[in-house]
Design a protein around this ligand. Structure first.
Ligand code: NDP
Length: 322
């Protein structure tokens, strides 16, 4: 029965997920998630989508028999979940299975930024150590820092637990205070930035966080300030960040995510006080396999038991059609 269910898989997708989809469903491929590429045959047949985000209202509307969108990733800001909910389409994501990996990456990026480890390694590899002597002492340290977490959710908490073990005080900002947490809560991002010197953003993308980290927030962080972004590039005003780094408004930044990936603003690339990663927060074979399994398990559960395993909040109430 399930062999007949057509799942649209746009663009490049995880190999393990593709293998499992091919064993369970009939896979339909298009080059990118774009409504103009949908053929009449797809329009009739497709009942599910498995994708790395990028699903807009036009694509949802191009597929009248669509029932479920299984997003590969916990962040689903590039899936129009509000529109899906209105159309009665379920959206699922991949929470929890990537939490510890992304928190590990955040800590690595923080240390790389503060202690300049990638630059120190380059110093060794390019012969500078042998030629010029020791790598210069890092201006910055984690010692004595106060850390603020913007987005104290699953990953934010996993980062906080790690930093507690480092002996650093932690504060956070969410729209709502989390009950039972021992960390200082700030009702505004500005209040948080004023209270700390190290800001880690792990908030979701989307309209409510768009460019939330702007010139005012960076200025509140101060000249010893370190900004780390492991959440989404859209939450940062990148031009303001580049200016703050160049002018000494803050000391350094570590970024895994950018507003227009894979394009990185030249000013951030050229800055001597940035540590930059190509969106590798969850990118280990181990964790991507777990994400692939949860993505495909959501599709299997939807079509065999008529329920999603990990629905996003917007579509929690969407019911299976039959
Ligand atoms: P959660 O939903 O568990 O946590 C998100 C937190 O952000 C919540 O505590 C929420 O609290 C807070 N938040 C949301 N909107 C706002 C807002 N407008 N203002 C202030 N706080 C806000 O998600 P996860 O921890 O699982 O994941 C977080 C994000 O990390 C993902 O959405 C994704 O974008 C990013 N990510 C990045 C990865 C990478 O590779 N770099 C990998 C995985 C995830 P409240 O609702 O109370 O405001």
């Amino acid at each position: 029965q399930q062999q007949a269910v057509a799942i649209l898989v746009p663009g490049q997708f995880n190999d393990h997920a593709v293998g499992r989809i091919d064993r369970t469903f009939s896979r339909v491929w298009i080059e990118r998630p774009d409504a103009s590429l949908v053929t009449d045959e797809m329009r009739r047949a497709v009942r599910g989508i498995a994708a790395f985000g990028g699903i807009n209202a036009a694509l949802i509307d191009a597929l009248p028999n669509l029932e479920v969108i299984a997003n590969f990733g916990v962040g689903y800001d590039s899936v129009d979940a509000g529109h899906a909910a209105r159309r009665g389409v379920m959206v699922t994501n991949t929470p929890d299975v990537l939490t510890e990996e992304v928190a590990d990456t955040a800590i690595g990026l923080l240390i790389n930024t503060v202690r300049e480890l990638p630059r120190a390694e380059t110093w060794l590899r390019d012969g500078s150590w042998a030629r010029n002597g020791n790598y210069p002492l890092s201006r910055l340290t984690l010692r004595g820092r106060r850390v603020g977490i913007f987005g104290m959710g699953r990953i934010g908490l996993a980062i906080a637990r790690r930093l507690e073990a480092f002996g650093l005080p932690i504060a956070y900002h969410n729209r709502r205070q989390v009950e039972g947490l021992p960390y200082e809560y700030h009702g505004t991002l500005k209040g948080l930035a004023e209270a700390v010197d190290t800001l880690i953003s792990v908030a979701p993308g989307g309209a409510s966080t768009e460019r939330a980290v702007n010139a005012e927030i960076l200025s509140a962080l101060g000249p010893n300030g370190v900004f780390v972004n492991i959440g989404r590039g859209s939450t940062v005003d990148e031009a303001a960040l580049a200016a703050a780094l160049a002018g000494g408004t803050i000391a350094a930044a570590g970024l895994d995510v950018f507003a227009d990936e894979p394009n990185v603003p030249p000013a951030l690339l050229a800055a001597p006080n940035t540590s930059l990663l190509p969106h590798v927060g969850s990118a280990s074979e181990h964790t991507r396999r777990a994400m692939a399994d949860l993505c495909v398990d959501n599709l299997i559960s939807w079509f065999s038991e008529r329920r999603a395993l990990t629905p996003v909040p917007e579509t929690e109430k969407v019911k299976a059609r039959s």
